[in-house]
Design a binder for this molecule. Structure first.
Ligand SMILES: [Zn+2]
Length: 315
């Protein structure tokens, strides 16, 4: 059951976070739907421009439409992640998205406001919600890397001004969160004080936390035992930090790295243990089973109060 993003946020605000999972292939789409069904939890299917073009936008949209029919009880929305103006306009025109993210965070404040405002106008005309970003979230997202020197956190007063001037529906904030496997320096965590200040200036306004994978040390170790070379320093966010962020207005929790690590671990271990195998369906099935489990656990981990039920559909 497809619901408007705004409706999901209204239901979740202050009670639970909605996990937004980045998907790239059919196994991931099925794993996420199965996990959401298991947890009886709403979920956001999130697609970057690279993911959108990996198969083909039209084919991907049709796979999602077919999956929706197969899982009619799963409450979900489809979201474009980290789009520029061209990606956003294309996604809006496709009629397949409930929300888009316009990421002009690398621009000046004035230019970011201008670009975001244009997308908000177009999207709202079609009943589509817009997530924007203020403050640069460090790390790597697809092939887009932000230089360390450009990194900066979200300024609370500027966030208030930005939301007022753009009319965006949610805001991705940079509060110590990072993309990729290495999210935090040892001893550093989310800047919850900064998040609290943003929340106090924007009460009731949905905030978005990017780079919120947990980066399990066990998964990293298993990948490396099976021939991988990931840094043992790889680290993600802790559950308690994410729950604190949800209490401070974060509604949407972006998770991509954990799905990639799981894919890597399952396939590395399978081919290491079965060197003569060349059947893609065996590790593919195992990945879907493991992903179903990971998704259901993630959804359950984001609940503050006992309110993680599918909201009623608006007539
Ligand atoms: Zn992101």
């Amino acid at each position: 059951m497809r619901l408007a993003t705004k409706q999901l946020f209204n239901d979740a605000y202050g009670k639970y976070g909605i996990a937004a999972f980045n998907i790239f292939n059919t196994e991931q789409i099925l794993g996420v739907f199965r996990g959401a069904a298991k947890a009886k939890s709403p979920v956001i299917i999130q697609i970057t421009p690279v993911a959108r073009n990996y198969i083909h936008p039209e084919i991907l949209d049709n796979i999602l439409a077919a999956t929706e029919k197969r899982y009619p009880d799963v409450c979900f929305t489809i979201h474009l992640d980290h789009g520029d103006s061209i990606h956003c306009i294309d996604a809006i025109k496709s009629g397949c998205y409930n929300s888009v993210m316009i990421d002009a965070s690398h621009e000046t404040f004035k230019k970011n406001v201008q670009i975001t405002r244009e997308i908000v106008n177009r999207a709202h005309n079609e009943g589509i919600a817009v997530e924007a970003e203020l403050g640069v979230i460090r790390g790597v997202e697809d092939r887009f890397s932000v230089e360390k020197k450009m990194a900066y956190c979200t300024d609370p007063e500027m966030a208030l001004e930005f939301v007022e001037h753009t009319g965006c529906d949610s805001l991705a904030v940079a509060v110590g969160n990072r993309h990729g496997t290495y999210k935090l320096s040892p001893g550093q965590g989310l800047q919850l004080g900064l998040l609290a200040r943003i929340n106090s200036l924007l009460p009731g306004f949905p905030l978005v936390l990017h780079g919120a994978s947990s980066v399990s040390a066990i998964e990293v170790e298993r990948i490396n035992r099976a021939g991988g070379k990931l840094s043992s320093e790889a680290k993600g966010l802790e559950k308690k930090e994410i729950l604190q962020a949800i209490r401070l207005g974060v509604c949407k929790i972006n998770i991509a790295t954990d799905l990639r690590l799981l894919w890597t671990r399952v396939h590395r271990e399978f081919f290491q243990n079965s060197p003569a195998a060349f059947d893609m369906t065996i590790p593919g099935l195992e990945y879907m089973d493991c992903l179903e489990q990971l998704v259901s656990e993630k959804c359950m981990d984001l609940i503050i109060s006992n309110a993680n039920n599918c909201p009623d559909e608006t007539p």
